[in-house]
Design a protein around this ligand. Sequence first.
Ligand SMILES: NC(=O)c1ccc[n+]([C@@H]2O[C@H](COP(=O)([O-])OP(=O)(O)OC[C@H]3O[C@@H](n4cnc5c(N)ncnc54)[C@H](OP(=O)(O)O)[C@@H]3O)[C@@H](O)[C@H]2O)c1
Length: 296
Amino acid sequence: MRVLVTGAQGQVGYELLQRVPDGFAVFGYGSQDLDISNADQVRAVFKAVKPELVINAAAYTAVDKAESDAERAYAVNSDGVGLLAAAAENLGIPLLHISTDYVFSGDGDKPYTPEDVTHPTGVYGLSKLAGEKQLSEQCSRHLVLRTSWVFGAHGNNFVKTMLRLGSDRDTLSIVADQHGGPTSAGSIAETLWALASVFRRDGRLGWGVYHYSGAPACSWYDFAKEIFTQAADLGLLEKSPNVNAITTAEYPTPAKRPMWSVLDCEKLVDAHGLVPKNWVQELQTVLRQLGERQSV
Ligand SMILES: NC(=O)c1ccc[n+]([C@@H]2O[C@H](COP(=O)([O-])OP(=O)(O)OC[C@H]3O[C@@H](n4cnc5c(N)ncnc54)[C@H](OP(=O)(O)O)[C@@H]3O)[C@@H](O)[C@H]2O)c1
């Protein structure tokens, strides 16, 4: 099966290309070779690749920058998704797409199900939700996988920021009143390939919106503490810095973050037996990969 992967150099795109299962021929395009917001480029790539399935890992992910760059965020996260959706529909093929916990307000206190009411609080979340709408309106066979707090050995993320800050400073202050599920890019890629494999085998899939994130839920403070403990154990840091727990109010950012980002992933477990991975173990794998790179 011929699969077009967009955003191939991002965290998830990279991991998708690292784990291609047997039976798939993958055509990965980074942003330089395929700008999903450019209709001519989308048309040309679909014509050249002739995909039988598309996985969209491309997105404008600069959450704070989006607040002052809404036009570009919408061009990529909404209109770009619309172009891919229309091109996929034109070929009669499905599109697997990734979305975010930021489609929710964060006011909840129990895990959000895919059916819960959306209410983004910033431009990034609004643009991603607009992309979900474009997809559902323009591509009949579509699947949206909403995820959260993505980390991996490739690309920019919280884990790498903590390692950098942890090697420079003795004490750090980390937000402790926002909760979510850290999710490894590798586990998202595996989940997407598992879904693609079901489609390849059966010629169909339960279309619609699903949630997939790492477990158990924690705060950024908990996540940082675990990063430092594991990194010190593995010798990636000389010692763990002291970590102070602070509130969101003490760490203002241009974009408002959801306080409660926890996703209920049961729908994916029930439909396909795809169980959330433990982020503590996934973190160990990622830190080991980073350690191997350092020692090369
Ligand atoms: N990162 C998170 O914590 C997080 C949380 C929840 C959901 N998600 C979602 O998960 C998905 C994957 O995110 P990620 O963490 O892998 O993000 P990422 O590392 O920022 O990767 C996104 C990729 O998309 C590319 N891109 C940007 N604009 C593009 C365009 N117009 N056309 C084609 N490619 C373009 C970027 O290329 P350039 O670098 O060249 O611009 C980048 O390689 C996204 O849908 C994101 O919204 C992410």
